[in-house]
Write a protein that binds this ligand. Structure first.
Ligand code: CO8
Length: 259
């Protein structure tokens, strides 16, 4: 159904979404971005409870936006291209389920930006990160100037964006851009293991926690604390809370239903 996306829906509620444009190291062309937007709009987040995003092959996660498509854009076309990507990434970030980027190689420019729109980032040891846009005469256009400083702080974000320096996975880990580094063959098993650990928890509680953290982008301290209070209280309307606490008190195992 899609040209640039491969989807694998597993029975346990994990979906692995692979971005696939192998001839350009999975660069984000506008058709791929359109497919991604369509996929995210239609994704059933009741059936799918964790989304894993990765790149095709063992060399590149996403090598950025497609430079051949951008080379001759006008200002209006640049605006439209940037908006399409940013909107798709915002949909990814706003999904009510956890998302994990399995970064299996280059994550440059738009590749680093799409990884940052995921909740959690695991990378293989061969992964490389950077925002090399200024070397092409542009700036990050898929929300990198917004998300990178939030993740790693302004000073480090400015250094990476102004210099365009490409960093290795161990440095990305050290500065907090990613959560974990493993060998390439261990990447998907490690990501799946994390997804399965998340799946053992109450789906609504996980979703409320994500909502609190994400909405803090837009809220001041008082509003952020009030939102947590509200969603914490809402947990007590769920069967999962009753079953989870009852199971603890009676030393039983719990099977959360997401209700
Ligand atoms: N776009 C298009 N094609 C690409 C891209 C890309 N981003 N990256 C790689 N390719 C292509 C190459 O042109 C090459 O094609 P061909 O075989 O036809 O010559 C093929 O993929 C393989 O690449 P290389 O031969 O270069 O492979 P290497 O192993 O030598 O190098 C690198 C790998 C280091 C990843 C190198 O390809 C590279 O530097 N790529 C570009 C990385 C980059 O600068 N990315 C940032 C792009 S800008 C961006 O993402 C901005 C996002 C916001 C846009 C908003 C727009 C308004």
């Amino acid at each position: 159904m899609y040209t640039y996306l491969k989807t694998e829906f597993r029975e346990n509620g994990i979906c692995v979404l692979t971005l696939s444009a192998p001839k350009s190291l999975n660069a984000l062309n506008s058709a791929l971005i359109g497919e991604l937007d369509d996929f995210l709009t239609k994704l059933d987040t009741t059936a799918t409870r964790v989304l894993i995003l990765t790149g095709d092959g063992d060399k590149s996660f996403v090598a950025g936006a497609d430079i051949s498509e951008m080379a001759n854009l006008s200002e209006a076309e640049g605006l439209a291209f940037g908006q399409r990507g940013a909107e798709a990434f915002r949909k990814l970030e706003d999904l009510p389920i956890p998302t994990i980027a399995a970064i299996n190689g280059f994550a440059l420019g738009g590749g680093c930006e799409i990884a940052m729109a995921c909740d959690i980032r695991y990378a293989s040891a061969n992964a490389r990160f950077g925002q090399p846009e200024v070397g092409l005469g542009i700036i990050p256009g898929f929300s990198g100037t917004y998300r990178l400083p939030k993740l790693i702080g302004q000073g480090m974000a400015k250094e990476l964006i102004y210099s365009g320096r490409v960093i290795k996975a161990d440095e990305a880990l050290r500065i907090g851009l990613i959560n974990r580094v493993v060998e390439q063959e261990e990447l998907m098993p490690a990501v799946i293991a994390l997804a399965e650990q998340i799946l053992r928890n109450a789906p609504l509680a996980v979703s409320y926690a994500k909502e609190c953290i994400n909405r803090n982008y837009d809220l001041d301290r008082r509003e952020g604390l009030a939102l947590e209070n509200e969603l914490f209280a809402r947990c007590f309307t769920t069967e999962d809370q009753k079953n989870g606490m009852q199971a603890f008190l009676t030393k039983q195992k719990v099977n959360f239903q997401g209700k």
